[in-house]
Design a protein around this ligand. Structure first.
Ligand code: 13P
Length: 138
């Protein structure tokens, strides 16, 4: 599965803890992240991560483009609901695209744990069927 990892600044310690705790699951997947989140997670875990721009510079939109192209299977996005973000429209657009394309989206650690355990059990195999279907429709 292709997984996007994103966290706003105040949530970065949480996503790092999450990545350390679930490294044993994440290592078997293709990982993508916005700039600073990806850098911090790689530094702490050594997981290989494809890094996009930092969020405020367009990283959320780059991940959104992957979703629109059916190139992303899961989004884990630890949002900070208590701090205004200069790129709030990009954040909303990314979450909207997850809903448009039925991409599982966790916006906090409680939901992310459910998703990651589902990944571990193979609950997301339905994504592979959809991906195959979409490829053959092209
Ligand atoms: O702002 C972000 C998501 O909206 C995250 O960007 P960084 O990972 O570059 O901090």
């Amino acid at each position: 599965m292709r997984i996007a990892l994103i966290a706003h600044d105040k949530k970065k310690p949480e996503i790092i803890q999450f990545a350390i705790a679930y490294k044993y699951v994440l290592k078997d997947h293709q990982l993508y992240a916005t700039g600073t989140t990806g850098k911090r997670i790689t530094e702490e875990t050594n997981l290989p991560i494809h890094r996009f721009q930092s969020g405020p510079l367009g990283g959320d939109q780059q991940i959104g483009a992957m979703i629109a192209n059916n190139e992303m299977d899961v989004v884990i996005f630890f949002r900070d609901p208590l701090t205004a973000q200069p790129h709030e429209p990009d954040v909303s657009a990314l979450m909207r695209l997850c809903d448009v394309h039925l991409i599982p989206l966790a916006t906090n650690i409680a939901a992310a744990e459910i998703i990651i355990r589902g990944l571990e059990r193979g609950d997301f195999e339905w994504r592979k069927t959809i991906n195959k279907q979409k490829e053959s429709d092209k």
